[in-house]
Write a protein that binds this ligand. Structure first.
Ligand SMILES: Nc1nc2c(ncn2[C@@H]2O[C@H](COP(=O)(O)OP(=O)(O)O)[C@@H](O)[C@H]2O)c(=O)[nH]1
Ligand SMILES: [Mg+2]
Length: 320
């Protein structure tokens, strides 16, 4: 029997129940009391390592993730004594909140893994989540952590601010582009180059790889000297070429940040997350204050000229 109690569901998910895990993730998406209860439990578990895979639509992110799944399960660790035997992929496409084309495509593409008990693939939508997708994703990642996942791949379409925000919440962010000048420029414009830890030129079976590499290199040069210079890899996701090297690059980046920057990153990320939750809660409170009899009475008083918006607001806040 699948429970509807978050505490029991977390236990069942830890025990390997995918149905329980799916329900917890639905709680996270749907908002309300279950969202809060689930988050309260999930945030006590240790966070999994998050690899964000982002880039323009059609760049080959899903195909690449599909191949990465094979590589990471074969390796079974980050290279040390940090073993894992399962991996999860979260597919986030804000432009298709429910069963939009891209997500459906991803499902079909990764179908080969659908029956693999070591793989958990899930599309994320916002529905009612307090704070929207940029908060729903970290919540979902935590839920996966509570269910013993040590590695989560998050696929986002890199087209706007929110996607960049989600991508930059990863421990390692992989930016996928294709051969062709326009693509690298587009990624730059979308702000993706700034968040990239690793670049992948996927569809390296096509012409223009050298030029794209040169463009990326130039953009990196413009960005100045940093401790970590994002490597530029080439892959052909459709046949798996270069994917093992991509994983090696992710592992190398992980080693780099674990030697120091990860603490800073996680602290900065935690601040952003807490600020967002605060913002969402305050907005919800404002929403509750901004209607009803008291509110209407203040509007009347404002129109009568017997108060001003500042005193009216203080009065509604109960500060008057
Ligand atoms: N020629 C070529 N096609 C690829 C490669 N990787 C992906 N594709 C194709 O590009 C299309 C989009 O891939 P998809 O993984 O859905 O891209 P996403 O939107 O970034 O997730 C699909 O038709 C893939 O088969 C590649 O390395 N070479
Ligand atoms: Mg995709």
């Amino acid at each position: 029997m699948i429970s509807s109690d978050p505490t029991e569901l977390v236990e069942q998910a830890r025990g390997g129940s995918r149905t329980a895990l799916a329900r917890l993730l639905t709680f996270v998406e749907s908002g309300g009391a279950n969202q809060l209860a689930t988050a309260a439990l999930a945030y006590r578990a240790s966070a999994p390592y998050v690899v964000g895979v982002t880039g323009p639509p059609g760049a080959g992110k899903s195909t690449l993730n599909d191949q990465l799944i094979n590589v990471v399960l074969e390796r079974g660790s980050f290279g040390g004594d940090d073993d894992f035997d399962q991996v999860s992929v979260l597919c986030v496409d804000p432009s298709s909140p429910f069963t939009g084309g891209a997500i459906l495509g991803d499902r079909i593409r990764m179908q080969g893994h659908a029956t693999n008990e070591h793989v958990f693939i899930r599309s994320m939508a916002t529905r009612g989540h307090l704070g929207g997708l940029s908060l729903a994703v970290p919540d979902a990642v935590r839920v996966l952590g509570a269910a013993n996942f040590r590695l989560v791949l998050v696929e986002t379409v890199g087209v706007g601010q929110m996607e960049v925000e989600i991508a930059s919440a990863a421990d390692t962010t992989v930016v996928v582009v294709n051969p062709g000048w326009g693509d690298a420029m587009q990624a730059n414009k979308a702000g993706l180059l700034e968040v990239a830890d690793v670049f992948v030129i996927n569809k390296a079976d096509r012409a223009g790889v050298k030029e794209t590499r040169r463009d990326l290199d130039q953009m990196l040069d413009l960005g100045g000297v940093h401790e970590w210079r994002p490597p530029i890899l080439e892959t052909v996701a459709t046949d798996g070429a270069g994917v093992a090297e991509l994983w090696d690059a992710v592992v190398a980046h992980r080693r780099f940040i674990e030697s120091g920057p990860i603490e800073q990153r996680r602290r900065a990320r935690m601040r952003v997350e807490l600020d967002k939750v605060l913002g969402a809660m305050v907005r919800a409170r404002i929403g509750a204050l901004a209607h009803g009899d008291d509110y209407e009475a203040q509007i009347v008083a404002l129109l009568d000229g017997t108060t001003d918006p500042y005193r009216a607001a203080e009065s509604l806040l109960g500060d008057a």
